[in-house]
Write a protein that binds this ligand. Structure first.
Ligand code: DC
Length: 226
């Protein structure tokens, strides 16, 4: 292991509060923040623009060609596709859904793994996603698995969409969230699940500050021990 600073992995299902917590934790530690879901979403934007059919039997080959010619760059909150800032577009729920579908394909996961491992190579990073502690950085110095009650998660997504000016019915948001969770958990490649050594935190009844502080203390203990 060549890095001198730790990698912090935060995984969990949709709406568990990963982004808010990861961002705040990164700020507190003075670490970089990497949102890996945004990368899958950028692939989905590129696939949609290229007219790729997610139901096509040639999907893996189509995606391989696509990945060979697109360029994804990211820096904190911003993500760019072929030099164009797509940070605003990635929040579209249809893109989240397509990202989840495309993320089941091996060539997509392989490319994302390369990008993510490169981003965390030197450590000093808080990386959030679904498989960071299990597949991307199984040797991360600290791993957290963030969960929350499904109704609370759906209510958060529902409020986020309304705030973005794209309101949706609560029941629809809840259904879509459950469907995406099911797909992310049941896929064959790097499914969403806690790493055996992950610390599970239920954020249902906790505020962001309390969760972040709990993580910070745990990181201090873990990194003191190495
Ligand atoms: O975190 P998010 O909702 O922006 O992620 C969108 C989709 O991307 C998610 O439903 C599954 C996929 N994803 C993944 O497979 N692995 C990751 N590390 C992050 C996201």
């Amino acid at each position: 292991m060549s890095r001198t600073r730790p990698v912090i992995a935060i995984d969990g299902p949709v709406g568990a509060g990963k982004s808010t917590v990861a961002r705040a934790l990164a700020r507190k530690l003075g670490f970089a923040y990497v949102n890996t879901g945004a990368m899958y979403r950028a692939v989905a934007i590129a696939a949609r623009a290229a007219g790729i059919d997610p139901d096509s039997p040639a999907l893996a080959a189509d995606l391989e060609r696509l990945l060979g010619r697109i360029r994804i760059a990211f820096d904190g909150e911003r993500i760019a596709l072929d030099g164009r800032d797509v940070s605003g577009e990635i929040g579209d729920p249809a893109i989240g859904d397509l990202a989840s579908r495309l993320s089941t394909i091996g060539v997509v996961r392989e490319r994302m793994r390369e990008l993510q491992r490169a981003a965390g190579r030197d450590g000093g990073v808080v990386m959030e996603g679904r498989d960071i502690g299990t597949a991307i950085f199984p040797d991360a110095e600290a791993k957290f698995f963030l969960t929350a009650d499904v109704n609370v998660r759906a209510a958060r997504r529902h409020a986020e969409l309304a705030a973005k000016g794209a309101p949706a019915a609560f029941e629809d948001v809840r259904e879509q969230l459950l469907e995406r969770d099911r797909r992310d958990r049941e896929r064959a490649l790097a499914p969403l699940r806690p790493a055996p050594d992950a610390i599970e935190i239920d954020s249902t009844a906790s505020g962001v500050d309390a969760v972040v502080e709990r993580m910070r203390r745990r990181i201090e203990e873990l990194t003191r021990a190495v």
